[in-house]
Design a protein around this ligand. Sequence first.
Ligand code: ZN
Length: 410
Amino acid sequence: MEMTEQTFETIKRLICRLTNIENGFYANKFKGTDVASIKSREDFEKLPFTDKADLRACYPLGLSAVPKEDIVRIHSSSGTTGTPVIIPYTQKDVDDWAEMFKRCYEIAGVNKSDIIQITPGYGLWTAGIGFQAGAEKLGAMTIPMGPGNTEKQLSFMLDIGTTVLCATSSYALLLTEEITKRGLRDKLSLKKGIIGSERWGEKTRSRIRSELGIELYDVYGLTEVYGPGIGISCKYSAGMHCFDDYLFLEIIDPETGEVLPDGEVGELVITTLKKEGAPLIRFRTHDITRIIPGECQCGCKHPRIDTITGRSDDLFKVKGVNMFPAQIEEVLKDIDGISSEYKVEIDHVNGKEQMTVMFECSGGNYAELENKFKAKFKAKIGMTPEAKAFKLGTLLRSEKKTKRVYDKRI
Ligand code: ZN
């Protein structure tokens, strides 16, 4: 993304402020960095990244960049590894977040005459409360349901006349199935769905869209950077517009940390421009996406990031080519007769790297499907793997999150 002079000056002022806080997070992190020597974008790009582990290490309030009495709220991101990350917010941070979320609703064509049913959870988690504050700022009527209790969700939807559903993709799908099963669609006033940022496939999307006959919008965000609502897709579904007056975005090669040009796929890194309570400089989101070059047909000037295709932690490299499980899923999805179940093995064979993709088929000629897969894979990802087709139910399914990639090179 282009860094305007104004953005550069804002970031520089922010760095000066943060490094002057005695024993502050960035005063410690940037110790040894001569802040006065940051004179260009190139200098900025030499600054170290901030990672989630850094935030965890300063639990509970070590990230705070303001006096305690200026903090009006904290949120916390769930840590899979124990210690949570605490993000403090000032009143301005809360207002700014609501302003961004209000814009999200506006981009989705939602206005104050709408009735918005909010099903993501409320609490320490940033989900529900973000949807809520933005909707209130917009002036729409909200139904702060939170998750679960499908019966009540449906009866309120019906009785109060909900026009906008806010949900995670999985909960939206569950409600869609219930609505279809009960034949409720024609009795509902539902027009739009605003779907939180879990990764979700086109299959789920098109099911919700076609069964409910509503427009869907993807909202982007993460707790460390306000929460959901820092970006949203528009009616052209051509990526998510992110609010660059609040955020500076970079895409980096997750392996080398090198900044990539617009259009190239890598990890999203965010610098906050206006945050007071917990500003972040070069925060690694681990979300894989790209900045979509050029302007959107909708006329909105905010830059766009593409649909999130995975986490940089899932990245692996074979024969010099970086790839993600999500890319393999993309290739499989495009071929009729191949199911979504697959497994990848990477090993050295006769001193050379070899990658084998095993997948299940619902029928058809296996050799033909294998060749089709190899050709599509080569065209999309840039190298040719080995392919092995199996009949449905052959590949081992594990109870928990299915492990797909087995790297035997080490
Ligand atoms: Zn647009």
